[in-house]
Design a protein around this ligand. Structure first.
Ligand code: GTP
Length: 404
């Protein structure tokens, strides 16, 4: 055990971890979506607190009226705190924008415009604070909202500039106009860059969706047979191994059937590969129509199929397989040439808890070939070749020897 392992296994540390995790959950919520929303809303509050700190500093140093700065700080931070609380308690979840980003940004712009008036000669710092607000817009809003908040900011700051020029005789109009022009430049630049970023965000989202679809298709391709739509041998093996583990735990029994379409080569040779493919598809559909949803049919390769029958006994499985055999014999394919008929030979085996999968499959295979030898179009059960009185485990061991 390393030193850090030892430290982390200390009960005191574990309690501290749980405590800090609980505090974080309490503050931001344990729900992942709500956690992201509330942490973003609280980040906005923190940034506004920073802005308020700067304003209070201006008031404290006499560069701006202290009382106005105090009021401004209370209102600006208070507004965002209320919104963060609405987000955190889930009240905003019913809204189209549950993060309330649009409202927070409008609030921050309004407060910045007021600060621009109140900060007197120090108003040069306000565009910096406004830029942080516009960064939130760039990362979170939609195109229309970006244009709306930019126009709103232009309007709010135009009013602020007019207000200053009209009411404050001590200001230099030329300087105010220069400040205003810089603001216009900054807001226009922010809007254009935000729109570009919005475009890139959209492209990234689309690529992510395409990637998810491609990944899903890839997974399907890796586990399914393209012709019949059945699961393929590789995936079936995984399912069989899982089922085998359940059998070992004695949870359930497992019956495996090997199926092989009779004289399939002659179907191909007589009617062509296209008709052969059609027959394979029709076969898969017929079998599927005659088994339970919980049974699993897989294309094992070529014209061979494996069926996993669960929650049944040998007698029940034999009945099912006889029904399947008869259904295959009676299969009619609308587009097939007249005279085309299919039959199937089936071998069934019961898996014995503890035996290797190969052994069960081999027993089913032997039963299948005994059905073929007996004239095809039949179902055979692969008996365990064990003397009377042997336990299934002993019999399984014998089968393993047979397989060798
Ligand atoms: N059309 C088509 N044919 C396939 C496909 N996969 C395997 N086959 C054909 O299936 C045939 C299997 O023939 P055999 O193994 O001789 O068996 P069979 O003719 O069914 O004879 P028995 O099994 O003894 O009744 C071969 O001709 C393969 O080419 C496939 O995806 N499509």
């Amino acid at each position: 055990m390393t030193e850090s392992d030892a430290a982390s296994s200390n009960p005191k540390d574990i309690n501290l971890c749980t405590l800090s995790q609980r505090s974080i959950d309490w503050l931001f919520s344990a729900d992942p979506t709500l956690r992201v929303r509330s942490s973003m809303a609280m980040l906005a509050v923190l940034l506004m607190l920073g802005g308020a700190g700067v304003m209070l500093w201006l008031g404290y140093t006499g560069l701006a009226p202290l009382q106005a700065m105090v009021w401004w700080s209370v209102v600006a931070v208070g507004g965002l705190t209320v919104m963060a609380a609405l987000v955190r308690c889930g009240w905003s979840a019913r809204w189209r924008d549950p993060s309330m980003t649009f409202q927070q940004i409008l609030w921050a712009i309004s407060c910045s415009a007021v600060a621009y008036v109140l900060a007197a000669e120090a108003r040069g710092i306000v565009p910096g604070l406004l830029a942080v607000t516009m960064l939130f817009a760039a990362l979170n809003l939609r195109a229309k909202q970006i244009v709306a908040v930019s126009l709103y900011a232009l309007g709010a700051f135009s009013l602020a500039v007019l207000f200053i020029i009209q009411l404050d005789n001590s200001t230099e109009p030329a300087l105010e106009i220069a400040y205003a022009l810089v603001l216009v430049l900054m807001l226009t630049g922010c809007m254009l860059l935000s729109l570009r970023l919005y475009q890139l965000r959209g492209r990234l989202r689309k690529q992510r969706q395409e990637l998810a679809v491609a990944l899903k298709e890839n997974r399907e391709l890796a586990s399914r047979d393209a012709l019949t739509g059945l699961i393929n041998r590789r995936h079936m093996r995984e399912l069989l191994e899982l089922e085998q583990r359940r059998c070992v735990r004695g949870v359930r029994t497992m019956l495996l059937a090997q199926m092989d379409i009779d004289h399939f080569k002659s179907i191909n040779d007589t009617y062509g590969h296209g008709v052969g493919d059609m027959a394979l598809k029709a076969f898969a559909q017929t079998v599927r129509d005659n088994i339970r949803n919980s049974d699993v049919l897989a294309r094992w390769g070529g014209e061979e199929f494996v069926l996993l029958l669960s929650d049944t006994d040998v007698a029940g499985a034999m009945l099912t397989l006889q029904r399947v055999r008869a259904a295959v014999e009676g299969t009619t394919m609308p587009d097939a040439p007249p005279g085309l008929q299919m039959t199937v030979s089936i071998g069934l085996a019961e898996h014995m808890a503890g035996e290797m999968l190969e052994v069960t499959l081999d027993r089913a295979d032997k039963a299948l070939y005994s059905a073929k030898r007996a004239g095809r179009n039949q179902v055979r059960f692969g008996e365990l070749a064990a003397p009377a009185g042997w336990t299934p485990r002993q019999a399984a061991a014998l089968c393993e020897e047979d397989a060798l």
